[in-house]
Design a protein around this ligand. Structure first.
Ligand code: HEC
Ligand code: HEC
Ligand code: HEC
Ligand code: HEC
Ligand code: HEC
Length: 427
């Protein structure tokens, strides 16, 4: 905190010299336009070149004594405790990554217009920047808001987002829910630039309709999945998994209905009223959190606990909601164990060096829901699965793992993915 205070004062001095006149007096004539960068891009950073709104009062936000509206100081404290605030992997600053991992890259996408982002299977496309950002900063207040330019904390962008899918036969969905959730999914969407299908050799694209004995899936990478960033969003929309036919139908929980009618978004649950301290709710974006000094998770269910949703929901326990979560954790472990059981996997895949192989490796010692699963595949040792659609079980395990809510985002869809995958492998 001391670092920030010193940094802020230095910046404030420099900026007040630059902007003092702009803040107090009439605006001067407009200066010449800056040079255009390569490919017609304007290279701006979110901080300085957006300017200040006329007659903005700095103390509204920069003096905790007078800031009783925004409570910026408290938001900063919460933000420091968030995964975003701890860096959001901002070292991922190349042109295919910076658009979501850095403040500067996100601002470039914003300047260019999110609606111009398109996706082509097998080509680098989607949420990309045109340049790398070696001098990047983490996403911060100015990534999501434009407080200086607007003089308030409205979200920077709230347009709808196409959510693509890598599963054959599925079409893109549209996320168009609450204003602020449309901002979240600008980054929390599948990243389509370095997919398993653009690398060489290309892995099989999952497709539940490939059920013939002649349909073979070849998987060449341990990261045969949606690449971590978009699974919660897809799950909330009831898409993104390999929908293997089975006993459970692919229906959605009521969360998906509320999202599709525009009344529920990520912040409703992830930015709920803070319980206490700076570890949960608000700008920590955390539902699950570690309370100060504790090593087991606690939950902020203030977002669930509202009229019309789950009034009276306990923050832990064994009621129907927590019971469903426990069921899903158990199903994840069951599916993972099946794929590590070579008496099962040998029925559906080719041996490697004469030996039956497990389909997944697990990176923690215990086989529990929170284990990290990866496909047991590489360019030299691909997994070869027949009939191909059974490989969907492997896709689904990872889809659910990276959905990260233990089914709470959309338990009906998640349960169907898991149960039908389990039943299919047991055949
Ligand atoms: C509507 C709220 C708001 C107003 C009004 C506002 N700012 Fe800011 N300003 C912010 C926020 C939020 C940050 C980012 C703080 C952070 O990163 O933690 C910021 C950051 C800054 C920084 C950079 C500090 C750093 O840590 O790098 C400077 C300098 C600054 N503001 C100057 C000003 C000046 C000068 C004015 C008045 C002309 C002003 N601000 C008015 C919200 C505001
Ligand atoms: C500028 C892009 C961007 C925006 C906008 C954004 N996020 Fe994130 N978010 C990220 C990145 C990148 C990470 C991963 C950071 C890491 O793993 O270090 C992340 C991480 C998270 C996490 C923690 C994940 C974990 O594994 O614990 C949550 C929760 C989250 N974001 C929620 C939200 C919500 C809610 C919103 C909208 C209010 C939002 N994010 C908007 C980029 C963004
Ligand atoms: C569409 C936006 C987007 C793009 C583009 C993107 N990421 Fe991410 N990335 C995210 C989000 C959001 C998360 C956090 C997801 C979560 O926790 O649910 C994340 C998480 C991560 C993580 C930490 C989590 C983990 O388990 O792997 C790494 C590492 C990462 N990304 C690397 C990259 C790299 C490397 C690139 C470029 C090749 C990249 N990302 C491109 C949005 C993006
Ligand atoms: C990842 C995106 C994101 C980042 C980063 C972010 N915010 Fe926000 N902020 C939001 C969203 C979304 C809302 C609206 C919340 C809602 O709909 O309940 C919001 C609301 C606010 C509000 C008004 C509502 C309230 O809670 O009083 C303030 C003030 C605010 N943010 C300040 C900040 C400050 C200061 C920072 C930097 C420390 C920051 N924000 C960083 C997404 C973000
Ligand atoms: C209906 C409430 C709800 C909505 C809406 C929701 N989430 Fe969640 N999310 C949860 C709950 C509850 C958990 C924690 C479950 C657990 O720990 O078992 C969670 C967990 C997560 C996690 C894992 C990290 C963490 O904090 O535990 C990420 C990442 C995440 N959600 C992202 C999102 C994104 C992105 C959106 C919007 C596209 C979203 N969520 C919308 C309830 C919600």
């Amino acid at each position: 905190m001391r670092y920030r205070a010193v940094h802020f004062m230095a910046g404030l001095c420099a900026l007040s010299l630059l902007f003092f006149i702009g803040c107090e007096g009439p605006a001067g004539p407009q200066g010449p336009q800056g040079d255009k960068g390569q490919n017609g891009q304007n290279i701006l950073t979110a901080y300085n070149l957006e300017g200040f709104k006329d007659s903005i009062q700095c103390a509204m936000c920069h003096n905790a004594d007078t800031d009783t509206t925004y409570r910026v100081a408290a938001k900063e404290l919460q933000y420091e405790a968030s995964v975003h605030g701890s860096g959001a992997e901002f070292s991922q600053n190349g042109n295919t990554c910076a658009g979501c991992h850095t403040n500067e890259g996100f601002y470039e996408r914003y300047s260019r217009g999110f609606s111009n982002e398109t996706f082509t299977l097998n080509a680098p496309s989607g949420p990309m920047c045109y340049q790398n950002y070696p001098d990047a900063t983490r996403p911060g207040c100015f990534t999501c808001h434009a407080p200086h330019k607007r003089g308030n904390f409205t979200v920077r962008d709230s347009t709808a987002v196409n959510i693509f899918t890598l599963v054959g036969g599925q079409t893109a969905s549209v996320w168009n829910s609450t204003v602020s959730s449309n901002l979240c999914v600008k980054c929390h969407q599948p990243r389509m630039t370095s997919t398993p299908f653009t690398s060489s050799p290309k892995s099989w694209q999952p497709d539940p309709s490939k059920t013939q004995a002649t349909d073979t899936a070849k998987i060449y990478t341990a990261r045969w999945n949606n690449h971590v960033s978009g699974e919660p969003t897809q799950t909330l929309l009831g898409t993104g998994g390999v929908e293997i036919a089975g006993n459970l139908s692919y229906t959605d929980s009521y969360h998906a209905t509320l999202i599709k009618n525009g009344t529920l978004g990520c912040p409703d649950c992830h930015m709920a009223t803070v319980k206490s301290g700076n570890q949960n709710g608000g700008h920590t974006f955390a539902v699950r959190y570690l309370a100060e000094g504790s090593t087991s998770p606690s939950y902020n269910v203030n977002g669930c606990n509202v009229t019309g949703c789950h009034p009276g929901l306990a923050a832990s326990g064994t009621d129907a909601h927590w019971g469903m979560r426990a069921t899903i954790i158990a199903k994840i472990a069951e599916l993972g164990k099946l794929m590590m059981d070579t008496t099962i996997t040998q029925k559906w895949s080719l041996p490697q060096s004469g030996k039956a192989v497990p389909w997944v490796t697990v990176t923690t010692s215990t086989v529990i829901g929170d284990s990290s699963w990866a496909a047991n595949a590489s360019t030299t040792n691909p997994l070869v699965i027949t009939p191909a659609f059974k490989a969907g079980a492997l896709w689904n395990l990872q889809q659910v793992q990276y959905e990260k809510s233990h089914g709470m985002h959309n338990y009906k869809y998640v349960l169907a993915l898991l149960q039908n995958s389990i039943d299919e492998l047991r055949k």
